[in-house]
Design a protein around this ligand. Structure first.
Ligand code: ZN
Length: 332
């Protein structure tokens, strides 16, 4: 028996230029730069986390900016097509105007009865804002955001995963992660001339925001990881005990998940589901205040303790980076 799932924890993608990446998520989307660190497995690469005012689980999108010369990704089966954030009902006009002012091309559509604004970040990563009545009261506002508190993004809404065949991925969602089929809809795809296709909606049994996973089928070959591609999708677990229950559930399907790995801000297990998407399950704690006070989040480059001795060397190898205009400096 798997635990009652709580929906998404974060989404992690590959960017190219770190400055353009941070400027888009902070200055345009108004998210807080909640953590500036390095890829713990590759310390020559930044790891950026953007989220709500406190970096709450379920609010963060994170990036490995591989630099201007990093390999480009290629969209295909086994990749995340879009990552969606919640906005409140009264904020649709605000976001139409804000994205137009920022010269971001937007496609507006209705999906499962909700209005969706679809656009791309500077690396071509698909982002959506979904109007949802449940958004009110979700998330922790960030007082210094360029977006007024009432219009700020209220946390992740869901993801759309593109796979060659829905069934194997659906089995993992249902049998391991506790998701349930929540309807299907015909969908015109990412562009007006795209063929109609079926969108299969799954919802975490716990319900609530951040609990939606949509599956769509694609004829494209397996996608290639690189700038502009989502690296993995992370679901939420309460603690390491729950992660072990999820590992057992994966094993029941003949799939092997990693042991829990300490990522400083959470523990994580990983398993590539049969459709090709890398699924992480991350614990809610200890959170981004593990090494910075909430008022200082993102103010400094943070390194795990084992790398602190190498700070000088690490800082010298990181690519040039300009902080976003609305960045909040640490108080120290
Ligand atoms: Zn992750």
């Amino acid at each position: 028996m798997t635990p009652e799932t709580r929906g998404l924890h974060h989404v992690t993608a590959i960017a190219s230029d770190p400055s353009a990446n941070a400027a888009f998520y902070v200055d345009t989307l108004g998210l807080r730069f909640v953590k500036r660190t390095v890829n713990h497995d590759d310390t020559g690469t930044y790891h950026f986390y953007f989220g709500d005012g406190e970096g709450s689980p379920g609010s963060t999108i994170t990036f490995f900016p591989w630099g201007e010369n990093g390999r480009e990704g290629e969209f295909g089966a086994g990749l995340t097509e879009t990552t969606a954030y919640l906005i409140p009902e009264g904020s649709l006009g605000y976001w139409r105007d804000r994205l137009a002012d920022a010269a971001v091309p937007v496609v507006e559509r209705e999906r499962f009865g909700a209005t969706v604004l679809s656009f791309e970040d500077p690396d071509g990563i698909g982002i959506e804002l979904v109007v949802d009545a449940d958004a009110e009261g979700c998330g922790e506002p960030w007082a210094e955001s360029p977006v007024p508190a009432e219009h700020q993004l209220r946390g992740l809404y869901g993801v759309t995963l593109a796979v060659a065949d829905v069934e194997p991925t659906a089995t993992v969602l249902e049998d391991v992660l506790g998701y349930e089929r929540d309807g299907t809809e015909l969908d015109a795809g990412g562009s007006p001339d795209a063929d109609e296709r079926t969108r299969y909606r799954y919802r975490a049994s716990g319900g609530g925001p951040g609990s939606v996973v949509d599956l769509v089928e694609t004829d494209l070959p397996r996608g290639r990881m690189g700038a502009g591609a989502v690296h993995h999708v992370a679901f939420t677990a309460a603690d390491v005990d729950e992660q072990h229950a999820y590992r057992d559930a994966y094993a029941d399907l003949g799939l092997e998940a990693t042991e829990p790995i300490d990522r400083t801000y959470f523990h994580a297990i990983y398993c590539r589901e049969p459709g090709g998407v890398l699924f992480e399950i991350a614990t809610t704690g200890p959170g981004f205040t593990a090494d910075e006070a909430v008022e200082d989040l993102g103010g400094d480059l943070m390194l795990p303790e084992r790398l602190e001795d190498e700070r000088e060397r690490i800082e010298a190898t990181l690519p040039a980076f300009e902080l976003p205009a609305n960045h909040q400096e640490g108080e120290r």
